[in-house]
Ligand binder design. Sequence first.
Ligand code: SF4
Length: 201
Amino acid sequence: MAKVSLVDLDVTSKRRPFPNLALMKLSAYHKSKGDEVYLNFPLIQPDITYASCVFTWNGRRRDGLPPEAIIGGSGVDLKAELPPEVEHIMPDYSLYPNVDFSMGFTSRGCIRKCPWCIVPEKEGQIKPWARIYEFWDRRHTKITLLDNNLLAAPNWRQTMEDLIAEGLKVDFNQGLDIRLLNEENLDYLKRVKASELRFAF
Ligand code: SF4
């Protein structure tokens, strides 16, 4: 049994941001192997250390990590990916005890190439990624979708139908592309439970 240290570099004493999805998946994977997993707990002597950083302004915090640490996240490395057996595992939501919603991607990539955005380089062309059942914990009535451009995804209808069928309250966290609205997807959007819809253009 290995001791696994997970380091969320975006957590600071002043700011506790969004739960880190990659770390929740690594936690689930290692727990499934019988390993002990610790989050931001520097007092152990770990066998493996993973660190993740989403925001570039926290990237320099990696300097305090052991040299053998495996580091990923868009704040430090646009090309690092989780292996498929980790990427497609149910996240371990217990890693962030205050989280009362599920989260994940049903698609990756984007059809656009906005010059300020890392998504085209990081994820490439848009593609289906998962159905909500891969990351929806049945104890949650809320779900946050992290898709970059859901309405452009080839599987957007399936995702909407799943959300409607399960009655989940959804947060389209990255916003919806207003240029892609049409009568068909508007009809779906009227039927999903969303307290607010954010649009980008
Ligand atoms: S539409 Fe959004 S996700 Fe796609 S490239 Fe532009 S900013 Fe990035």
